[in-house]
Ligand binder design. Structure first.
Ligand code: MN
Ligand code: MN
Length: 367
């Protein structure tokens, strides 16, 4: 449970004249309450009020786990045989009376859910959106959050080491993925932050390609993009390595991406904008004539979600501040030939930045 953040949200509600806030995104719920859950299609909610204590609303089968989490306020469970909207609205009315103004997370509350819920509050104003406020709160991480992100980053380094050790002639992308996830699960990491990506040779030329039974072959590059969820916080990092001696061309492309990645990482400091940072990396790649082959933004924020704010993208004039956490992940993708990406997530310090991952970035050649 993050009392500091709960107070920040409540202060915002008071300022905006909001009586009750309905938090629905499981990542936001974990951020405030410390209770992590994937409710699937069931209703999970965290309800804040400006007049009385908040409460967690969970499926009955999760209520005990919620009570055992760091959340110290009430937990209200409901049965599968009950109508969750009826139970939830009754609970809100009995605790807080009829709210005049509700805030919801518009980016996550589906229209279907909104209609079912709002039917119980015909006179309530639902126009307030909690999403931008929560995104704003999550921009700068606390020391405790950074510590957890460092731990999540350490696990990504363990995953790279495991994956590199599994690279051999004929091993398929999926086999290497399976080895990484199996070994991490054995070590107590129960979730990856996204599907582990291992792409061999030209297959890596698709920035969001999916691993399949493509085998690793000699004199090819292999791209690893991976991360874990650790105590509710994500890691995300990419390394591209060579299996057997790389060609001059592969080395050249790799060198350009590395130069771009390091240039951006070295340029991070409070005061620089997200857009400027993107430009620094992009100009390196453009100077070698591969600008069009770097077809995505430089990076994204990271925290309880693997993609959050700030977006490190051209046109985003957000000024970077101490405590912000984001990825720096330039790439060059040449269809049919080669794909190279190098990614570290970093946090902004007083003078520069620190990486969450430490796997070396010089081109690793596996013999
Ligand atoms: Mn990323
Ligand atoms: Mn990634």
């Amino acid at each position: 449970m993050n009392q500091e953040k709960i107070q920040e949200l409540t202060a915002w509600m008071l300022k905006e004249g909001i009586d009750v806030a309905y938090i629905t995104n499981p990542n936001s719920i974990a951020y405030f309450s410390g209770f992590q859950s994937d409710p699937h299609e069931r209703v999970l909610a965290l309800i804040f009020s400006t007049t009385r204590d908040p409460f967690l609303f969970t499926p009955a089968l999760e209520a005990d786990t919620a009570k055992q989490s760091s959340w110290t306020y009430d937990v209200k469970g409901y049965l599968d045989t009950e109508d969750p909207w009826k139970v939830l609205s009754d609970e809100i009315l009995s605790r807080y009376g009829k709210p005049a103004v509700f805030a919801i997370e518009k980016a996550f509350f589906t229209l279907d859910r909104y209609e079912r819920f709002a039917a119980y509050f015909p006179a309530t104003d639902f126009s307030k959106d909690a999403t931008p406020m929560i995104q704003q709160m999550q921009l700068r991480k606390t020391e405790q959050e950074i510590q957890t992100l460092i731990e999540a980053g350490n696990w990504a380094d363990v995953a790279f080491e495991t994956g590199f050790a599994a690279v051999k002639e004929g091993a398929t992308e999926e086999e290497i993925v399976a080895e990484i996830e199996y070994q991490l699960k054995r070590k107590g990491v129960s979730h990856m932050s996204f599907d582990t990506t291992v792409l061999a040779g030209a297959h890596a030329a698709s920035p969001h390609g999916a691993p399949d039974n493509t085998p690793v072959k000699s004199n090819e590059l292999v791209l690893f993009d991976l991360g874990v969820v650790w105590k509710g916080y994500c890691s995300d990092a990419t390394r591209t390595i060579a299996y057997q001696k790389p060609t001059k061309f592969q080395e050249e492309i790799y060198g350009i991406v590395l130069e771009a990645q390091l240039a951006a990482q070295q340029a991070v400091k409070p005061g620089i904008t997200a857009s400027e940072l993107d430009t620094i990396a992009r100009e390196v790649i453009e100077s070698y004539g591969y600008g069009e082959a770097f077809n995505h933004r430089l990076g994204h924020g990271i925290g309880t979600s693997v993609h959050e704010f700030p977006s490190i993208v051209a046109g985003n004039d957000l000024v970077l501040e101490e405590g912000m956490c984001f990825s720096i992940e330039p790439g060059i993708y040449l269809p049919g030939k080669v794909g190279v990406r190098i990614e570290d997530c970093v946090y902004v310090t007083k003078e520069g930045c620190q990486s969450f991952t430490f796997t070396p970035k010089e081109l690793l050649v596996i013999k």
